[in-house]
Design a protein. Sequence first.
Length: 306
Amino acid sequence: MRGIVETAAGLEVAEIPTPVPVGDEVLVRVHAAGVCGTDAGTLADPTSAAPSTPGLDVAGVVVRAPYDAHPLAVGTEVHGIVPYPRVPGAYAEYAVVPSGSLAVRPDSLSLVEAAAVPVAGLSAWQAVVEVAQAHRGQRILVHDGASGIGHLAVQIAAYLGAHVTTTASGAGAAWMRELGADVVVDTDTTRFEDVLPDVDVVIDPVGDRPNGAGSRSLDVLRPGGLLIAMHPWASYAHDAEGRGIRATDFRFSPDGQTLATLGRLLDDGSIRVFVDSVLPLADAATAHARFDEGHTRGRIVLSVTA
């Protein structure tokens, strides 16, 4: 099958073996694959066989199920998360995925749009709902609201009744308000710590580089507040503890049931997912470079098969 591999020259198209599902795994004919920071971050993972095929977010059609009467029957359109780097990733014509990491494609989304949901959607849901325990009146700051995780976290927190503040550049401010943000801090003109009162929770998908947004978040959290650091800096826990602030690092967990819940919210219009751009599989390196520039709105998706 055709897929992307990491070589000394970068990401290239190559012929690679078709993966074989075992146990409860499903073989998916991949139609689209989402591009996320985790893909770039795991390219050099020592547990990954070389050359490796990256990609976590997948959307496509089931071509082999664990057994005949399985709920995800052959022909079902699904989306979910490939356990890369343990197995070849989603940047290929076929991928194997544990059945528990898949959900049926939401009716309102195309397969390209569905590929934009799993990693960003589960990261946002689990941070907002399971860790922050968002509720009415709670003051939540979501950094980088226009990002893949950010734009979904803003919507989920607003849906649950929280008072949502987000950071965005001037061009994205109006869009953030459309998504439900109560306050938008324009990072082109304002340092968020200069204008924000004490907040209860900061959800930070950015980290401490390049502008120290992570550590600066400690300046806006109330005593006993919570920092959810998706890209924690080395001393984050010590720095927070010294100021009477709770802090945790964060990693999303693949969960098909939660993904199905997100699908229902997408179908009824409670939240929306945005695709910034769609590139062909052969342009995976360009997609990664565009992601690294950090100016996307929503998600970048690779189109794998028609």
